[in-house]
Design a protein around this ligand. Sequence first.
Ligand SMILES: Cc1cc2nc3c(=O)[nH]c(=O)nc-3n(C[C@H](O)[C@H](O)[C@H](O)COP(=O)(O)O)c2cc1C
Length: 180
Amino acid sequence: MSNKLKITAVSGGAGKPSRTSALLEEITSRINQAIAIDLHLIELSQISAPLGATASRTELPEAIQADIAAIESADVLVVATPVYRATYTGIFKHLFDLVDQNALLDVPVLLAATGGSDRHALIIDHQLRPLFSFFQALTLPVGVYATESEFVDYKLDSKSLDERIDLAVSRALPFFKSRQ
Ligand SMILES: Cc1cc2nc3c(=O)[nH]c(=O)nc-3n(C[C@H](O)[C@H](O)[C@H](O)COP(=O)(O)O)c2cc1C
């Protein structure tokens, strides 16, 4: 039996390339430097059309049903969304509307977001955290918010962002290790 930490990572980025996906990739890669992980990555840009076409889980293609099952069975979630109109995207919410409401009890969730402006950094605490509190998940104290100015060509390019990711990951690791 593998004792790798099962991480399901969700990027709400609407296109490719995506700053949100780049941020998520960096966070999961730093977790992987500290702890062995088994990563299931969900990029909403890749599934948004079939996902958005139905409100019924059983009507979804099998691969997307497997994505939702991977959210529900993860040891840990890392979720990242771009800010759209001051909150997460509609398709991001739609994905979590299809997740069983009892499946994420006590699951550690590292929250992350990207936006055009510093002024929407509270998306982490005012939008993402309440959503995962609904699920009674364990939202981790330190999330990561990054602005467009901290990326060049969709790649991370900011010492401060680098340090914020390190802080979030180092504070998350004790919670993650307790799930192994
Ligand atoms: C339709 C739309 C709405 C947006 N609304 C906001 C917003 O309210 N606040 C903000 O800070 N950035 C806003 N942005 C900027 C995006 O959040 C930002 O560019 C983000 O990094 C995009 O992520 P991506 O590269 O993964 O697509 C918006 C962008 C779009 C396309």
